[in-house]
Design a protein around this ligand. Structure first.
Ligand SMILES: Nc1ncnc2c1ncn2[C@@H]1O[C@H](COP(=O)(O)OP(=O)(O)OP(=O)(O)O)[C@@H](O)[C@H]1O
Ligand SMILES: [Mg+2]
Length: 257
C-alpha cells in the first residue's frame, strides 16, 4: 500500500516542484515504484520529468472535474519506476468549476484510492495556494512534506499552512501527519542561511530533515532538459542531497510502521 505525501507550501518558489520531482526520482532510483501527481496548473512537475504538455490529452483536470479514472491518465515519465499524472493549463479552471460540485474536497482521494496499491510512494506537487486543489491534496495524503526556503521571512505564512492542515485534520482527514520540513536553496556562504536553519529547527524540532538542499546551479538547469537531477547530473551535490533525503524519507516510514 503506497504512502501518499503532499508537497505543500502556499508560498511561491520555495522548491515544492524541484523537491517533488527529485524526491520522486530518487525514490524511483532506489527501486521504489513512484507516482508523481501534478496538481498545479503551471504543470512544472509534468515538464520536469520529460512529459511534453502539448502531447497530453487527459490530465488531472479530467480526473477532478470529469471523474475520469486515474489509471486512464497515468503516463510513464522519462525515469524508470516513475509514473506521472500530468497537469496542463486546463487545470486553471478547476478551482472554480469544482466549487458547486458534490464531494469537491475528496475527489482526488477517491481517485487515488484506486491506484494506491500499485505504488510504494505517491507524491503530490501542490500549487502555491491554499485553495481547493491543495485541500484535495491534503485530504488524499497520509503526510505533508513542507519545503521551506532558507531566506529572510522563511517562517512567514507557515502559520496559515499549519492552520489549514489542522482544519483538514478536523473535517476531512483526521490521520494527516507532518512528514517533515525540508530546508531548500541554502546558500552556505551567507550567515542568513545558518540563522534560518536555527530558527526553523527551533520551531519544528526533529521534524526538520538532516538533508538540507543547497542552492545548486545544476538543480536549476535540470527541468529545462526534462530530467530530474539524478539522471541529468548524478554526480552533482544536488543529486547527492536529494538521494540522502529519499533515504531519510524511507527510514522514517519504516519507523512509523
Ligand atoms: N536548490 C536549488 N538550487 C537552484 N535552483 C533551485 C533550487 N530549488 C529550486 N530552484 C529553482 O527555483 C525556482 C523555484 O523552484 P520550484 O519551482 O521548485 O518552486 P515551487 O515552490 O514549486 O514554485 P511554485 O510555487 O511556483 O510552484 C525554479 O526555477 C527552480 O528551478
Ligand atoms: Mg511548483
Amino acid at each position: 500500500m503506497g504512502k501518499i505525501i503532499a508537497m505543500a507550501n502556499q508560498k511561491g518558489g520555495v522548491g515544492k516542484t524541484t523537491s517533488a520531482v527529485n524526491l520522486g526520482a530518487c525514490l524511483a532510483y532506489l527501486e521504489k515504484k513512484v507516482l508523481l501527481v501534478d496538481i498545479d496548473p503551471q504543470g512544472n512537475a509534468t515538464s520536469g520529468v520529460g512529459v511534453n504538455k502539448a502531447d497530453v490529452s487527459q490530465c488531472i483536470y479530467n480526473i477532478l472535474v470529469e471523474d475520469v479514472p486515474a489509471k486512464d491518465v497515468i503516463t510513464q515519465s522519462s525515469v524508470p519506476n516513475l509514473d506521472i499524472i500530468p497537469a496542463t493549463i486546463q487545470l486553471a479552471g478547476a478551482e472554480i468549476e469544482l466549487v458547486p460540485t458534490i464531494s469537491r474536497e475528496i475527489r482526488l482521494k477517491k481517485s487515488l484510492e484506486m491506484v494506491k496499491e500499485d505504488y510504494d510512494y505517491i507524491i503530490i506537487d501542490c500549487p502555491p495556494s491554499l485553495g481547493l486543489l491543495t485541500i484535495n491534496s491534503l485530504t488524499s495524503s497520509d503526510t505533508v512534506l513542507i519545503p521551506v526556503q532558507c531566506e529572510y521571512y522563511a517562517l512567514e505564512g507557515l502559520s496559515q499552512l499549519l492552520n489549514t492542515i489542522r482544519l483538514v485534520q478536523k473535517h476531512l482527514n483526521k490521520d494527516l501527519m507532518i512528514e517533515g520540513v525540508l530546508l531548500t536553496m541554502l546558500d552556505a556562504r551567507t550567515n542568513l542561511g545558518i540563522q534560518v536553519i536555527e530558527e526553523v529547527k527551533k520551531y519544528f524540532q526533529d521534524k526538520v530533515y538532516k538533508s538540507i538542499i543547497p542552492r545548486n546551479v545544476r538543480l536549476g538547469e535540470a527541468p529545462s532538459h526534462g530530467q530530474p537531477i539524478i539522471t541529468y547530473d548524478p554526480k552533482s551535490r544536488g543529486a547527492e542531497v536529494y538521494l540522502e533525503l529519499a533515504k531519510e524519507v524511507m527510514a522514517s516510514g519504516e519507523r512509523v510502521r
